[in-house]
Design a protein around this ligand. Sequence first.
Ligand SMILES: *[C@@H]1O[C@H](CO)[C@@H](O)[C@H](O)[C@H]1NC(C)=O
Length: 189
Amino acid sequence: MAELTVILYMLTISLFTATVSASQCSTNGFPLVRNINELPQDNYGRPGLSHITVAGSLMHGLKEVEIWLQTFAPGARTPIHRHSCEEVFVVLKGSGTLYLASNSHSKSPGKPQEFSVFSNSTFYIPVNDAHQLWNTNDKEDLQVLVVISRPPAKIFMYDDWLMPHTAARLKFPYFWDEQCYQKNSKDEL
Ligand SMILES: *[C@@H]1O[C@H](CO)[C@@H](O)[C@H](O)[C@H]1NC(C)=O
């Protein structure tokens, strides 16, 4: 009898845990108006990053675009990476440096161009260009709103700018998509 109680107890706990994690994913429906401050926020294993999927594909069921709110602490940065989706940034706070290598036709990205980005600036990453956003301001957080097309993102990561494009590693699903990813969840690719 005691054993049965323990089993029932454990079953209840695991059902509860499953419900809590699934409730962040699109199967459960979402209120139309949501408070960004109450959305799940995490660094997804990257020190100095805060990522919020404001409106997402796997998380919220969007088909064409996805929107992120990201905050980089001083010194924090994205990996060097590329993707075949379009990406638009709006800098809400702080400043930093965009490194962009427009060399998707060469063997490797090569030495990137540097662009200063600042509060109220906006920029667009051409499809498949390797890039990196870095909070190079040691005094302030860098906060950006990011819009990508064709979610969920398929991201190829480079160790450095000389790594061949063919050696870049695909990370899919990306870190913040892992929890809501289900195989065959998309009706088309
Ligand atoms: C950014 O733009 C908004 C709206 O025009 C303005 O109120 C704000 O002062 C600007 N901030 C900076 C740092 O330029």
